[in-house]
Structure formats: C-alpha cells, structure tokens
Design a protein around this ligand. Structure first.
Ligand code: UD1
Length: 388
C-alpha cells in the first residue's frame, strides 16, 4: 500500500484535488491489495468560510479531510509557518510515501517545505507557471515549491519551457503532453531515470473538472433564477489578488477601469471575503450596474460563466475557464501566467484593452486533453522509482 498525502487549504485546491480523488477511487477499485493507494487528505484551514471551503466538499462529494489543521488567516510568515509546523507533525505521524501539493498558495509552500525536510518526495500539481512578478506571493510560492519538488506536473507547454530555462533537465516525453498511451506502456526513455526531479506535461487538472462539471452545473445550479438573470445580458467579475486589492490605489484603478469601459452594464461580482468591506464602501466607483454577491459554488460559477457575455478577472483559474467556455476575458492585471490565452486572442490584459471582442476561436488545445489524473498513475509508478 502506498500512502499519498494531499495538502489542500484554499478554494482552488479543493477543485484541483477532486479529479485526483476520483482517479484514486477508480484506481483502487481495479487494483490488487498491495498496490492500493491510501489517500490521506490534509486541509490546512487557510480558507474557512463555508462559501470558501465546505461548499466545495459538499458539491463534489469529497470525503471529509483526514486532518484539519485550522491555521486560519494571518500574515504570510505566520500563515506559512503554521502550515509548515502543523503539516510536519502530520507527516511525522503518518509517514506518507509522497506528498502532493497544488497550485501556488501558502498552503502549497508550507506543505512542500515540511515534506521535503523530512525527505518525503513532493509532487507539485500546476508546476512551472511564472508571472515574473516577484511582488506576488504566489510567484514566490511557485518558484520555491518547484525547486524542492521531485515530480513537477505542468499544466501546459509554457510551464515546461519555464522550467527548462530554470535548469531542470529531466523531461518526461520530451515535455510534450503525456497521453495515457505513453503512460500505459511506460516507454519513455527518461522514465526510469528519477535521480533528478522529473518534469511531466500532464495538461491542466482544471480542464478535467471543467469538462466534468459543466454538464452537471446545467442541471444542479439555480443561480440564474436566484439572481433573476433572465435576460442573460451581463458580465462576470472576480477580483481578490493581494496586489490588486491591498493597496487602495490599485483597487480603485481597477474599479475605474470598469467604470470607464462598462458604465451602466450589468456585472455580477461574487466577492471574496478579503475585500467584502472594501467593495461595499467603494461600490459606486465601479459605475457599472454592479450586483455584489457572496462567493458562489463551482457549479454556480460555471453557470454564470456559461451564461455571461464576458469575464473580468484577476483569478488564474477563471482566465482558463473563460477560454474553455469560449467567453472573451479581460485580465485585471499587468501580466499573467496563462500567456497562451493572451497570444490566442481569447484573453486581454487590462493595460491593452480596447473593447470586448467576440471570442477568438481557437482549437482549444492549450491545456491538455482533460485526462490529467494520469498524474496519479505517474506518482505511483514513481514511488517505486523513488525507492519506496
Ligand atoms: C489565496 C491565495 C491565492 C488564491 C486565493 C484563492 C496565497 C498567498 N494566496 O488568497 O493565490 O488565488 O487564495 O481564493 O495563498 N478570508 C476570509 N475567509 C476565508 C478565507 C480568507 O475571510 O475563508 C479573508 C481573511 O481576512 C484573510 C484574507 O481573506 O486574511 C486572505 O486570505 P488568504 O488565504 O491569506 O489569501 P487569499 O487572498 O484567499
């Protein structure tokens, strides 16, 4: 039996864990006893409001976390430090064979650091992304986590190329998307060489979730009715990044951008708790016919996305979801990690914005084939190679 310990704590991580959780269940059904994977889930408690955490467990039918560390909010040092010490205690107790971390949050970094210092191999889902803006906490978390990981699961070719430039040398399938066939045969010439960290282009787990959930959302979500969005003529806005909201000047710059370009337009804004008060206080600065609502569930968000005319966001996940749903997107930042969405014309940075255009059709192949839970299989194969 292999012990695979997943560290989650912030909203997008519950979503990214879901396809791996399902893949584990399917894998275990087909697998003989000794190869079964024990899935151990650790929730750091970075996000704790119902709408930021439990709602995703309920909606996706995820199991209750095996450990809940309840770290809550705090400065970056305090939050990351608490995650580090508390995950360390869990790892010492359960002795996992591999620790899987997701994305770029303080939860990602804290969990990865605790594991690597105990000589437990770390697998990083969503490795290799860079904004090249070191003032973003997420950029520091990404760079550090990548450089202490043994398995780096990249969502796209851009991420693979970033890691190449940073000196990584061991690329599974030469950094090309790692399809299920290659995995089954295991015939890649580098596959057995795990003396150095291995970079694997798996595609984006969020695409898997998107494909799965978009069908269910149509049936289960009643958000359009609840918000009385009958005429289907609205934009969807999300904004929560520290660099855009902590500094009031940056926050107001974005509000005024919306005022200048979308005056009078109906805009639905599910507000992250970190900026709830601020948004209420400066609501009129947005100019638009803005509807402020609580954070929504994943199915509700997809329903809003599928129905809206355009997306305004500083979220990484929503930029890609807009691309998959074929909705034009304006990213409320000066740079993005998802550069191909910009190059393809489907996404525009705020600084380059002129007007909302029709969605620029492309062949939708930037982020994999929707079968990323291969990650699980690779992790298991590599446990053997890692000498476990
Ligand atoms: C975190 C991630 C960010 C990710 C985002 C997704 C880091 C550094 N940032 O940002 O990359 O895009 O999650 O949502 O890890 N709060 C609540 N209730 C909650 C959670 C947070 O009220 O359930 C408030 C608290 O005041 C807290 C603040 O939001 O201090 C910030 O939360 P934190 O988890 O530190 O970062 P996020 O802004 O959510």
């Amino acid at each position: 039996m292999k012990k695979c310990c997943h560290i989650v704590g912030a909203r997008p991580q519950f979503i990214k864990y879901f396809p791996i959780y399902r893949a584990t269940e399917e894998y275990n059904k087909k697998t003989k006893n000794k190869d079964v994977i024990q899935d151990i889930l650790v929730h750091t408690g970075q996000h704790y409001d119902y709408e930021m955490s439990k709602i995703f467990f309920d909606e996706f039918g995820l199991k209750e976390p095996d450990y809940h560390l309840e770290v809550g909010s705090g400065t970056h040092g305090k939050q990351t430090g608490d995650i580090l010490t508390k995950t360390e205690a869990v790892f010492q107790k359960i002795k996992p064979d591999v620790v899987i971390v997701y994305g770029d949050t303080n939860t990602t970094l804290g969990g990865a650091l605790a594991a690597v210092k105990l000589h437990i191999p770390v697998a990083h889902v969503e490795a290799g992304l860079r904004s090249f803006n070191r003032r973003m906490p997420e950029e520091i978390n990404r760079i550090t986590t990548d450089h202490i990981s043994s398995l780096l699961f990249c969502p796209c070719k851009t991420a693979v190329d970033n890691l190449k430039k940073e000196g990584f040398e061991n690329f599974f399938n030469e950094g090309n998307l790692c399809g299920i066939n290659i995995l089954n045969t295991g015939k890649d010439k580098n596959f057995q060489d795990n003396s150095v960290p291995m970079v694997i282009n798996t595609g984006d787990v969020m695409y898997d979730v998107f494909l799965y959930a978009r069908k269910i959302a149509q049936k289960k979500s009643n958000i359009l009715k609840k918000l009385k969005l009958h005429n289907k003529d609205f934009g969807l806005l999300t904004m929560h990044r520290a660099e855009n909201t902590d500094d009031i000047k940056q926050f107001l710059k974005r509000a005024r951008f919306i005022n200048d370009n979308f005056k009078g337009k109906r805009i639905i804004f599910p507000v992250h708790p970190r900026i709830r008060k601020q948004v209420q206080q400066y609501k009129q600065e947005f100019g638009a016919d803005i509807m402020i609502i609580y954070p929504v569930s994943y199915f509700d968000l997809l329903m809003l996305l599928e129905t809206c005319d355009f997306v305004l966001t500083d979220s990484g996940g929503l930029q890609k979801e807009a691309y998959w749903a074929k909705k034009p997107c304006v990213t409320l930042r000066d740079e993005t990690e998802w550069v191909k969405t910009i190059e393809s014309g489907c996404n525009t940075l705020m600084s380059n914005f002129k007007q909302i255009n029709k969605f620029a059709e492309d062949n939708n192949t930037l982020y994999g084939d929707g079968k990323s839970p291969n990650i699980l299989k690779i992790s298991c194969n590599n446990l053997r190679i890692l000498g476990k």
